[in-house]
Design a protein around this ligand. Structure first.
Ligand SMILES: Cc1ncc(COP(=O)(O)O)c(C=O)c1O
Length: 398
């Protein structure tokens, strides 16, 4: 069949593919430790589940306004005001079917052929394909491990051309867990204003932050910057609601209006029931979030300590999200790398077969020296998984 060129250039999601392979082995009875998944291992908090059940019984089962119910937008608006001192009107908010959908809508209305979009590496796997689906050009900007895999103002400046339309920033980061400080953002913000580009601030992990850090994004720095920033957030990670498919985009109203129009001709509104649950998530008790974050913080310490005990492995300490991005390049010389494979792919394959641990190869995130471990799994599985990896790597030495 002759398919459209647009889709032929797009690879399927690598993280979902690895998950499928791990699940296939699991179904055959193989005991796999899965460090591959990008979703919290907790259930959605009970007060939120109850709100959804109530919504069904109360008949909230019909179409809602395309861009989200006034009640849910109000809840989003209040959270941003209270938590970050940011004011967003309903016309500056679009609720979509997950954060991914929000980004897709934004890219479709903001980018076109000839535009360059800067993507610091390591990056979340979906950014480059989504930029390409909008006919624009993803420009990958490597960052350095010594800088905690964070983009510096100088690196940003060097990559901006007259074609640069936007920069995508993601803090806390998937896959590194790194968090930009206010000072680092101020330096980047200055370049953003000087050069007049837009920024897509993917803040989906904003609440999963450790060590008492306070979240900050570019929009919080000045009104001039806020006018150039699009914030992407959602319920998936903070409230363990990946299956409910609710994300929201905040930004200047002309783009939000256009993205709402696009959504009106594609998916229409996100689920009415999920939006009702979202009102409870944002307005109700945040205790469940606090306990999930405390558990992630414990696991971060544990998996980092265990991983750094493996000889030759280096890794910056993540400040948020639930990922670790250790550098395994010390082992690459000892690996059998098949034709067409990168070393991180060969290592991920070796670990799946030899250690029965699923981890995502770094090349998928634009950094081949590393693997991504998700620690959204139990304390016991973390201990088992890292021990198995250590033993499998010892075998390589022989
Ligand atoms: C960095 C980042 N942005 C956005 C998303 C989208 O999340 P969702 O579409 O599940 O709301 C994810 C999910 O993995 C992510 O890791």
């Amino acid at each position: 069949m002759q398919l459209a060129q647009r889709i032929l250039q797009i690879p399927p999601s690598a993280t979902l593919a690895l998950n499928a392979k791990a699940n296939h082995l699991k179904a055959q009875g193989v005991d796999i430790v899965n460090f591959g998944v990008g979703e919290p291992d907790f259930d959605t908090p009970e007060n939120i589940r109850e709100a959804a059940i109530r919504a069904i019984h109360e008949g909230h089962t019909r179409y809602t306004p395309v861009g989200g119910t006034p009640e849910f937008k109000e809840a989003i608006s209040r959270r941003f005001q209270e938590d970050y001192g940011l004011t967003y009107k309903p016309t500056e908010i679009l609720v979509s079917c997950g954060g991914k959908h929000g980004l897709y809508n934004l890219f479709q209305v903001l980018f076109e052929e000839g535009d360059e979009v800067l993507i610091p590496a390591p990056f979340w796997v979906s950014y480059p394909p989504m930029v390409m689906l909008a006919d624009a050009t993803p420009v990958v900007v490597p960052t350095r491990q010594e800088n905690g895999f964070k983009l510096t103002a100088q690196e940003l400046k060097e990559r901006i051309t007259p074609k640069t339309k936007a920069l995508i920033l993601n803090s806390p980061s998937n896959p590194t867990g790194m968090v930009y400080s206010r000072k680092e953002l101020e330096a980047l913000g200055q370049v953003v204003l000087e050069k007049g580009i837009y920024v897509v601030s993917d803040d989906i992990y904003d609440k999963i932050l450790f060590d008492g850090e306070k979240f900050v994004n570019l929009a919080m720095l000045s009104p001039e910057l806020k006018a150039r920033i699009f914030i992407l957030n959602g319920l998936s990670k903070t409230y363990a609601m990946t299956g409910w498919r609710i994300g929201y985009l905040l930004g200047p109203d002309a783009a939000i209006k256009a993205a709402t129009n696009l959504q009106s001709q594609s998916t229409s509104n996100p689920s009415s029931i999920s939006q009702k649950a979202g009102v409870e998530a944002l307005n109700g008790s945040q205790d469940a979030v606090k306990s999930m974050v405390a558990e992630f913080a414990w696991r971060r310490d544990d998996i980092l300590r265990r991983t750094l005990e493996i000889p030759g492995v280096t890794c910056p300490k993540p400040g948020g999200a639930f990922y670790l991005f250790p550098n395994f390049s010390a082992y690459y010389g000892k690996l059998k790398v098949k034709e067409g494979q990168t070393p991180s792919q060969a290592l991920a394959e070796y670990l799946l077969e030899e250690a029965r641990v699923a981890a995502v190869p770094g090349n998928e995130f634009g950094e081949d020296n590393c693997l991504r471990f998700s620690y959204a799994t139990s304390r016991e599985r973390i201990a088992t998984g890292v021990t198995r990896i250590k033993e499998a790597l010892e075998k390589l030495e022989k």
